[in-house]
Design a protein around this ligand. Structure first.
Ligand SMILES: NC(=O)c1ccc[n+]([C@@H]2O[C@H](COP(=O)([O-])OP(=O)(O)OC[C@H]3O[C@@H](n4cnc5c(N)ncnc54)[C@H](O)[C@@H]3O)[C@@H](O)[C@H]2O)c1
Length: 451
């Protein structure tokens, strides 16, 4: 377990390559022959990192990533000038910034990139980066379209690059403890998982602030749109993209995906085989096309059902958690803790005798007490309760980046590779599919295909 120790990330990056020259020349790596062999990183070398998509999560990810010893941010790509300028304010004026991520990928001194763009750019930016010889930390949900999954898995295989997907909790010590408890039989055989992520505030419902200078000069609108339908510049779409499925993946891709990653990591399950979802746009009727309430039910071949809920519709507090129900108790993950309540079934089934004659009641009670002598003085088994809490200040995001950068150095597998990421996001997106088709949908979690 590692507690965050904030390093002075404002220390100026000692970049020797001339950022200005590259920027002026407008070199696009993918318009040129493939990048040379990736740089070999010696044990004492820094891992040189670049960020693609310097918004809310990209900045947060980078702040965490550069706290891992031996990691240095050298370049940032984004479509909005204000975020490039703020990157220099945060990480020093010497970092290289560009609106075209291909210019980062062309640089041989960059080893790894964080892809924290909107979802509809995850596949293209990750595949381009791997083809240019970079290791990739790609934010969740890994995919926006089902066709993204095989393309990303194949790019990782063909290039031999590392890709870690960013559902951070997968590296959490709390989840590791939950996995261990389940494997040890703390709640018996798993039958049901109930999970929720309710975000009942305007910010929780994705109404992020649009900067006052948003314009076609400060925002590279065609680049933001990418493969999305071409529409005139729209600052809400640019800065609040999650509200439209052309760029985002709805509450399923935004939040269900974390609950799937957690469920899959803890249970070892590959994914659901059958899904049905319901939902609606109830409260935030502000032009968005993604529902603000969604409920999903999923069947697992491993022998349990999963029920998920997200709602954005009241003004209360955010509430998130998973409850695993087994044959002998429940295990709950809430915040930075996991707790187990053990309540195995008593051997005796109990009986309903009060409606019979007194003589019959006496006979039945006498027979029952011979067959099932009291197991416990009070007649009911005592509830056993156990709780594990991560230490104060614990950051699972740090551990997730630490896992990624260790793999970048060792070339050993990461904890959340493209197959894991596709299985989690593919399962999450079944909810959108079921909702849109108004039908039960099926998924082959081994082959990772909608059936
Ligand atoms: N792991 C988590 O807990 C977590 C939390 C929040 C967000 N995320 C994920 O992170 C990603 C980013 O979310 P966000 O909230 O930071 O969004 P954001 O809108 O704040 O940031 C996205 C940034 O990407 C830039 N961008 C868009 N297209 C680009 C392109 N082609 N090249 C370079 N930059 C481009 C935009 O200009 C913007 O600055 C999303 O995929 C989201 O699902 C993950």
């Amino acid at each position: 377990m590692k507690t965050l120790n904030r390093r002075n990330f404002l220390k100026k990056a000692a970049i020797t390559t001339a950022a200005g020259t590259l920027g002026a020349a407008k070199i696009h790596a993918l318009a040129r022959p493939a990048a040379d062999e990736p740089r070999r990183i010696g044990p004492n070398d820094n891992i040189q990192l670049a960020l693609i998509g310097a918004g809310i999560q990209g900045q947060g990810d980078t702040r965490t990533a550069v706290q891992v010893p031996g990691v240095k941010l050298v370049a940032v790509a984004d479509c909005y000038q204000g975020r490039l300028d703020h990157s220099k304010e945060m990480w020093g004026k010497d970092i290289f910034t560009t609106r075209h991520y291909e210019e980062l990928l062309a640089r041989p001194d960059i080893d790894a990139v964080i892809v924290a763009t909107p979802d509809h750019w995850h596949k293209q930016a990750s595949v381009d980066a791997m083809k240019a010889g970079k290791d990739v930390y790609c934010e969740k949900p890994m995919i926006h379209l089902y066709s993204d999954g095989p393309a990303m898995i194949e790019a990782a295989r063909a290039t031999g690059r590392i890709i870690q997907v960013g559902s951070q909790r997968v590296s959490s010590t709390v989840y590791a403890k939950a996995k261990q408890l389940l494997a040890e039989g703390a709640i018996g055989q798993l039958n049901l998982v109930n999970a929720r992520w309710d975000r009942n505030s305007s910010m929780g419902a994705w109404n992020y602030t649009v900067p006052l200078d948003a314009s076609e000069e400060t925002c590279d609108w065609p680049r933001f749109l990418g493969t999305a339908p071409k529409i005139p510049f729209n600052p809400e779409h640019f800065f609040q993209w999650r509200k439209w499925k052309a760029y985002g993946s709805g509450v399923a891709g935004d939040l269900f995906v974390h609950l799937f990653s957690g469920t899959h990591f803890i249970t070892g399950a590959k994914g659901p085989t059958r899904a049905v979802a319901s939902g609606a746009l109830r409260y935030w009727k502000d032009g968005r096309d993604a529902p603000d309430v969604m409920l999903g039910i999923f069947d697992y071949a491993e022998g349990f059902n999963l029920s998920l809920r997200v709602n954005f519709v009241d003004g209360g507090e955010e509430s998130e958690g998973l409850v695993f129900t087994g044959s002998e108790g429940t295990m709950e993950i809430a915040g930075n803790s996991v707790s187990v309540s053990r309540s195995p079934h008593p051997k005796g089934p109990g009986q309903t005798v009060g409606t019979y004659t007194e003589a019959m009641q006496q006979q039945l009670e006498s027979k029952y007490s011979q067959q099932y002598p009291p197991e416990h003085p009070l007649g009911v088994p005592p509830m056993q309760y156990d709780k594990y809490v991560a230490e104060p200040g614990y950051s699972d995001s740090y551990d997730h980046f630490n896992n990624f950068f260790s793999s970048v150095r060792s070339r050993r597998p990461v904890v959340e590779d493209a197959v894991f990421g596709f299985r989690a996001a593919g399962a999450a997106l079944l909810s959108n599919l079921s909702y849109e088709k108004d039908a039960v949908v099926h998924w082959d979690p081994v082959a990772m295909k909608v059936v």
